[in-house]
Design a protein around this ligand. Sequence first.
Ligand SMILES: [Zn+2]
Length: 244
Amino acid sequence: MNATFLARGLGLGALLLQSLAASSGWAATEQAVGSYAAGRLVNADRLPESGTGFVKLFVPRDRGWLTRELSDVVQGVASRLHQRFPEGERLQLGDSSGREGGPISGHASHQNGLDIDIAFLRANHTEQDPQLTTGFQEVFVRNGTLSRNFDLRRNWFLVRAFYATGRINRMFVDPAIKRAFCRAAGSSPDAWTTEVLRRLRPLAEHDDHVHVRLLCPEASPRCVPQEAPEPGSGCDAVSLRRSG
Ligand SMILES: [Zn+2]
């Protein structure tokens, strides 16, 4: 799939070209080492506490360290979201990694600066206190059903915007949320949308946030890649049963 096709899919040409142009700058510095669940982070970047369209949560626990590439992707998507939905709340960013990567409590992965958790967008546009360290404050799935406050339109835009950067390995969401996105895509999604759905992996305990995982950056030769999800949307009942 080429860049033009990707960009056309969501009208995100500017964002995509920006991230491709920036890629030459990443070549100099290795950051992600090892795998997502057994890795570390060197020469780490750190997310600002806030910026256009985003705010960092859990500030006191200092887990906003990450690769330059993930920082650029998140900030680019936040800015695009703000442009498209200026009335909405900001993107609320949870943990990425510790300063030197490696294991952090509450997460199996998040070890090499390529994973970040982001609160789902809310119909009522509320934001939680960024100083709280007790986790995301709103769960959107009860007994397999989405709550009304889950803003399907903006969350669907969000995951498509992430995919459009061309840098996404996969995104974890609760199975009920994957089903909702499958419905939003309609019964015969186009090829581009199918690729978005393919990256959305159903996983328990992702009912309050989406976990976004980037591909290994070119500048990090010791980064251990994870295979792409199996082809297809994964919208059939069988593949919703388990994750990968
Ligand atoms: Zn996570």
